[in-house]
Design a protein around this ligand. Sequence first.
Ligand code: MLT
Length: 263
Amino acid sequence: MAQLFFVERGDASAPPIVFLHGFPFDHTMWQAQLEALSSRYRCIAPDLRGYGRSPMLSTTKPWTMDDFAEDVVRLLDGLGIARATVCGLSMGGYIAFALWRNHRARLSRLILANTKAQGDSEQAKANRRRQAELVRTQGMRPLADEMLPKLLAPSASLHVVEAVRAMIEHTPVETVLATLPALAERPDMSRALGAINVPTLILVGDQDAISPVSEAQFMQAHIPNARLVVIPNAGHLSPMEQPAAFNQAVLAFLSETDAGNAS
Ligand code: MLT
């Protein structure tokens, strides 16, 4: 297990929210959420193992989404947090699902942003092998070049484009090589959604080309009482592309579900 780097904002006695970034990003993608939500919530945003300022771990044993989740549980333990709202974007959502599978008592609410329940198709797995070869031989820049047009809506500001490029290019190649197989082999959650019994908010950008609206609608249809908010003019990184709309949806969900979820 890794000892994760994290940033924390807000009062330590406020209800905690843990923000889990996507692939291949880091905690800085949540900056606008930490600013907007920390007056009412204890906001914690880690860098996952090997990302941002968190240490790389041995890759002698292949990583799994469950491993990422164990790191998060260790972080919660270290902070003395018994239960938290978990907000995960894309891979962060897959890790939130792993927390649900293995540590459901630690979850008070789920916020699933720009993510999906389905596992990888054979084609998606082959694409991950191709991406691994690309970064192994040419480094991160070509991966950033390839990913950026798919990650962001055409209307994304230059500031957001540059911030996303910087996160991708700063991610170590070895982290990407250890993560791609974990993404490819993640469990399919499609048939397990019906058991999720914590309040759940699903968010998706209307132009998300990676986890499209149809995937979000599928999750909403199968997670009991889940609510879905589609963010206009946003792609796969809706919290960065449209922070005001994203934060408004999250705050509305949290306020409505705060009673009974103080921790
Ligand atoms: C992410 O943003 O975390 C990735 O798009 C996840 C994936 O490739 O499945």
